[in-house]
Write a protein that binds this ligand. Structure first.
Ligand code: DGY
Length: 328
């Protein structure tokens, strides 16, 4: 019997690809070419499943051109590259990779917070440029992290991981804002206090963004919000590009309206707003918050497992929608 055909749209770990090849006929992209939407649509022809990353957009036009498609498994917890209502309407199951990256991503949020507050990359650039000639009492004096107040916007699994690190590891006061409040048991475990967005922005020494991207969360932080923050405050975005208005942020950093920022995700990435590249008080990283070998392998494996589970047994492990024929 011929094997079911699937597409793996980006390069992945060879062992994960091999495990898929044991079950399916796989078209891969181990060359890791960046395909245009038209090329992605063309490559999907005849495929009943696909493994994507956050860079491949699955929308109504692609679905219409590929009525044979039954599942798209994203190798990411975020899925703003999926038009989930269109997928549901087309009977296409959507899945993502929650849980396996939570702690690693929270670690990175903290790494970026520390680097930002303590001016790690700015001072390293100074040293590498040969500018360090003497010790001085206020050289690269940054902001205190331990004992300060962290304000977390978006209190899902990763936000809670950040809160635990902050409260239990660094003795920080944790305030948060979220669409819905945590249970009192979770608030107690994270030592977190729910506040309004305005109170959070006005009070926090460090603002951490971990909110999923949607039309509602677009520009959660823009000029008006930056103006409410303390001039000594830092901002970290490990959520998604578009949560912050990057042009407004670059302006606020240049004007020292806030002290510093750490940014892992960008509007229109991999392009980065040119003004962000010009300001010294920002730490910039290329969307690597979940990037450890173990975690990226776990993400790839979970995406692959979703394809196998759904296409062989009708039951995905981490589905985002319900479609006819899927086993709950
Ligand atoms: C995620 O899982 O959403 C990360 O941002 C990697 O894309």
């Amino acid at each position: 019997m011929p094997k079911t055909s699937i597409l793996v749209a980006r390069a992945i770990f060879p062992e994960v690809l091999q495990s898929l090849e044991q079950v399916f006929e796989v078209e891969n992209n181990q060359a890791d070419e960046v395909w245009s939407p038209a090329e992605l649509t063309r490559r999907m022809q005849g495929k009943v499943g696909a493994l994507t990353t956050g860079s491949e957009r699955i929308d109504a036009a692609l679905l219409q051109a590929n009525p044979q498609l039954r599942i798209v498994a994203n190798m990411a917890v975020g899925y703003n590259n999926f038009d989930v209502p269109a997928m549901t309407a087309a009977g296409v199951l959507a899945s993502n990779t929650p849980d396996v990256l939570t702690e690693t991503t929270a670690d990175f949020g903290f790494a970026l917070l520390m680097a930002t507050a303590r001016r790690v990359t700015e001072s390293e650039h100074y040293l590498r440029a040969g500018l360090w000639k003497k010790w001085s009492y206020d050289m690269f004096a940054g902001a205190e992290v331990h004992g300060s107040t962290i304000g977390i916007i978006g209190m899902g699994r990763i936000g809670q991981g950040i809160a635990r690190r902050a409260a239990h590891g660094f003795g920080m006061k944790v305030i948060y804002h979220n669409r819905s409040r945590l249970t009192s048991a979770l608030e107690a475990e994270c030592k977190a206090t729910y506040v309004s967005k305005q109170e959070l922005l006005q009070t926090a020494d460090h603002v951490m963004l971990v909110v999923p991207y949607s039309a509602e969360s677009h520009h959660t932080i823009g000029a008006a919000e930056l103006a409410q923050m303390k001039p000594t405050a830092t901002l970290v975005n490990i959520a998604r590009g578009g949560i912050v208005d990057d042009a407004a942020l670059a302006q606020a950093l240049a004007a020292r309206q806030i002290a510093a920022a750490g940014i892992d995700v960008f509007e229109g990435e991999p392009s980065v707003h040119p003004d962000l590249l010009k300001v010294p008080n920002v730490v910039l990283t290329p969307h690597i918050a979940s990037s450890t070998i173990q975690t990226r392998k776990a993400m790839a494996q979970l995406a692959a497992d979703n394809l196998v589970a759904y296409l062989t047994r009708g039951q995905a492990l981490t589905p985002l929608n319900t479609v006819p024929g899927a086993v709950a």
